[in-house]
Design a protein around this ligand. Structure first.
Ligand code: HEM
Length: 455
């Protein structure tokens, strides 16, 4: 019996012998965006010599990949690299270990916990703003990374740590996060070069492991339950060995969660502040909504759904400036995808950044337009808008992240105003996430009048 030959999957233009698309990847975002313009549902790129990656561009096929095919897919190259750097964790695992790890961490993201976190998040935002000097330029992304790390660490990790230990953990995690972003783009051998950058990374990663190990030993010795993630992981039993998790396993979960939950939130918050500074009318509407709903009081979890316009601003930021530029998977067996059949071991990828800027689904895609989310009957089709992914690997921190972003923006915007330099154009850089490059804004108290032309 003969089966129909599969349709050929085209290779993207610009591939060179031996190096594939390495030259094109120097401007990775422009390259990935250019793939979308080919309007091919699947297109092949060569990131490493000898390795084909199929970029899935059609929303229906992305949906199939993330939902129906999920049980038979590995997480692919991006996560292999993350696992090498940070150890096995819920983010890198697949199959039964993944389900088990997700179950272990889930209680930290339950509704009751998040409602407790809002007060801590607000306190961290207020403390951050208090340290800023009016009239001074602020490196916005750096500030948002520090704030996101504080919000995450003080809510889910820190119950077990005293202040000095917490500060050390925070500083080591911040070195690890920056290092991971750079290393994802480098060939593996570059990590072994005896460069100061590599040594700093190795030291910080070892520092995080040592801190977590000590905290685990102290918690074990004291028998206390501090009700934070460390305690939660300490109580968990590894179903394979029947024993409690080791300090190494717990540190791997914490390292990966810090990376997954800080880089992303920091990038989205930075982009939101940038867009609000560029669009004073949108900012004014956000402030009017905050005044109307909150008056003089602080924000609480119950306010989240009562701020539809601020929520639309965040959704629009997640559309126009999604931090994910490549998310990977890999087939573990011969796999049907639409009319194609892919052999085992095929690397797959999808890219929210390009997907969310598709003019066919989002008219005038490069314009920041929160009102496009007003009409809830016009939701994008499945697979076309994936701010937090979909299927069994959907973001565990989606509710946490939205709560953080609403709390941070509501608290910051009512106190300070950030101003862009005149005629400022911003470049975007794609490392671990797509982030604004060298975004500096001047801090003013909120009563300072805007000096820019409204867009
Ligand atoms: C704006 C902020 C965030 C965005 C845009 C975001 C986006 C995503 C996306 C797209 C995925 C799916 C990746 C895939 O399909 O392979 C994901 C997974 C994940 N995210 Fe987030 N995330 C954010 C914040 C957070 C936070 C704050 C946390 C934790 C505190 C977190 C924890 C995770 C975890 C653990 C996974 C892996 C889930 C699994 O594989 O089961 N994320 N995130």
């Amino acid at each position: 019996m003969t089966s129909a030959a599969p349709l050929p999957i085209p290779r993207a233009a610009g591939s060179l012998p031996f190096i594939g698309h390495a030259l094109k990847m120097r401007d990775n975002l422009a390259f990935i965006d250019s793939l979308r313009d080919t309007r091919q549902p699947l297109i092949e790129i060569v990131l490493q010599p000898g390795t084909r990656t199929i970029v899935v561009q059609d929303p229906a096929l992305i949906h199939q990949m993330l939902k129906t095919l999920a049980p038979t897919l590995d997480k692919g190259r991006l996560y292999d690299k993350l696992g090498q750097l940070l150890g096995d964790s819920v983010v890198t695992a697949t199959g039964r270990p993944h389900v088990r790890k997700r179950r272990q961490l889930q209680p930290a993201f339950a509704h009751t916990e998040i409602s407790r976190y809002v007060d801590i998040m607000r306190t961290e935002v207020t403390a951050t703003i208090t340290r800023w000097q009016p009239g001074q330029p602020l490196d916005v992304r750096e500030a948002m990374v520090a704030l996101s790390l504080d919000m995450l660490a003080k809510t889910v990790f820190a119950g077990s740590l005293d202040d000095a230990v917490f500060r050390r953990l925070r500083s080591d995690l911040s070195v690890v996060m920056n290092g991971v972003g750079v290393r994802l783009m480098l060939p593996d051998w570059a990590e072994r070069l005896p460069l100061p950058f590599n040594r700093r990374f190795d030291r910080a990663r070892a520092g995080v492991r040592a801190t977590v190990n000590t905290a685990v030993q102290e918690l074990q010795a004291s028998g206390h339950d501090t009700a934070d993630m460390l305690s939660m992981l300490l109580r968990a039993i590894d179903e394979e060995t029947g024993k409690p998790l080791t300090g190494h396993q717990i540190a791997s979960e914490i390292l990966t969660l810090a990376v997954a939950g800080t880089e992303t939130t920091a990038s989205v918050l930075s982009w939101a502040l940038y867009e609000l500074a560029r669009h004073p009318r949108i900012e004014a509407r956000v402030l009017a909504e905050l005044d109307h709903v909150l008056g003089e009081r602080d924000i609480t979890l119950d306010d989240m759904p009562r701020l539809p316009y601020l929520n639309h601003v965040i959704t629009e930021t997640l559309r126009l400036h999604h931090p994910g530029w490549i998310v990977t998977r890999r087939t573990t067996e011969e796999t049907p995808l639409g009319p194609w059949t892919l052999p085992a071991g095929t690397e797959l990828a999808y890219c929210q950044h390009a997907l969310h800027r598709d003019p066919e689904r989002f008219p005038d895609p490069l314009t920041f337009h929160p009102d496009r989310w007003n009409d809830t009957t016009q939701e994008p089709p499945p697979g076309a808008f994936l701010p937090f992914g979909d299927g069994k690997h959907k973001c565990m921190g989606d509710r946490f992240a939205r709560t953080e972003m609403v709390t941070a923006l509501a608290t910051m915007l009512r106190t300070i105003r950030l101003q862009l330099p005149h005629n400022h154009t911003i470049r975007q850089t794609a490392r671990l996430t797509v982030r604004p490059h060298a975004l500096k804004m001047t801090i003013h108290p909120r009563n300072h009048p805007p000096t820019q032309t409204p867009h």
